[in-house]
Design a protein around this ligand. Structure first.
Ligand SMILES: Nc1ncnc2c1ncn2[C@@H]1O[C@H](COP(=O)(O)OP(=O)(O)OP(=O)(O)O)[C@@H](O)[C@H]1O
Ligand SMILES: [Mg+2]
Length: 258
């Protein structure tokens, strides 16, 4: 668990990125992304790290601790929370998490999160990666696979295609899955007296299905995922994350060879 070096970013290929129709609309081009097998590797290339897990698993807490640690190391960091991180994204967040919102077709939910992600990707993530920043995302594409795929039964291929379009096929180099039983996360939220949003209000069986979905994703891509026991205290969890991120940074420094 977790000791394997993160694989290099999986960059897109295909006609849309290679000058096919609609190229003007490809945000990566406008922002100077270099597509191709070596993109994302070597000096100046950013690194994308995502934090995933059920509600109350400690993503935002660990995001803060990671940000502080990376800044202490003199690393340029950009953090993005999902959904959100942009004007549109924060407005969409308010809509999709509003408990007063009526029932949604699960596929619609996928598309709303993808719309927010699309905007975060072009406005925040991609420019930061181009600058060479370490980008830490508090949730990313795996949330869709877990919450709408495993949780609501949306076709996994549909989710993958929508999100690949949004992120131009980019996947994080490192995804930290904070694993806690759904009930533990719920209890933490209760203790914090947090008001539960529309998705958090779903029953514990739903959230356990989300957790199981996350663990299945991690098993499928062991090179990208690091599963961390999120039930430890925040500092212990942070130490585990720090080790994995340090390895990812070392791998970047050697262009993925070391
Ligand atoms: N390791 C931990 N042990 C105990 N409590 C924790 C731990 N990590 C975070 N908490 C507390 O649990 C609550 C939820 O943590 P946090 O907001 O970081 O989770 P989250 O995964 O971001 O949740 P959400 O999905 O709702 O955004 C907070 O009150 C936080 O202080
Ligand atoms: Mg959070």
């Amino acid at each position: 668990m977790g000791a394997s070096r993160p694989e290099p970013a999986q960059r897109p290929r295909g006609p849309e990125q290679e000058g096919g129709p609609g190229q003007e609309g490809v945000p990566g081009r406008q922002n100077g992304w270099v597509m191709g097998p070596d993109a994302g590797r070597g000096a100046g290339a950013g690194i994308l790290i995502s934090l995933e897990g059920v509600e109350g698993s400690g993503k935002s807490t660990q995001c803060r601790l990671l940000l502080a640690w990376l800044r202490d190391q003199g690393v340029a960091v950009t953090t993005v929370r999902e959904p959100g991180g942009t004007d549109l994204g924060e407005r969409l967040r308010a809509i999709v998490l509003d408990p007063a919102l009526g029932p949604l077709r699960p596929e619609t939910e996928v598309l709303l999160f993808a719309a927010a992600r699309s905007q975060a990707f072009v406005e925040r993530i991609e420019p930061a990666l181009s600058r060479g920043d370490v980008v830490v995302c508090d949730r990313f594409v795996d949330s869709s696979a877990a919450y709408q795929g495993a949780g609501l039964g949306v076709d996994a291929e549909f989710i993958r295609r929508v999100n690949d379009a949004v992120t131009q096929g980019l996947r994080p180099q490192l995804t930290i899955l904070l694993d806690v039983p759904a009930g533990v996360g719920r209890e933490r939220r209760r203790q914090a007296a947090a008001e539960l949003d529309r998705i958090e209000r779903r029953d514990i069986a739903y959230h356990e299905a989300v957790r199981t979905g996350y663990l299945a994703l991690a098993r499928r891509e062991p090179g990208r995922f690091m599963v961390v026991d999120g039930t430890g205290d925040p500092e212990t969890v942070h130490d585990a994350i720090q080790g994995a991120v340090a390895r990812a940074l070392a791998s970047r420094a050697t262009g993925g060879r070391g």
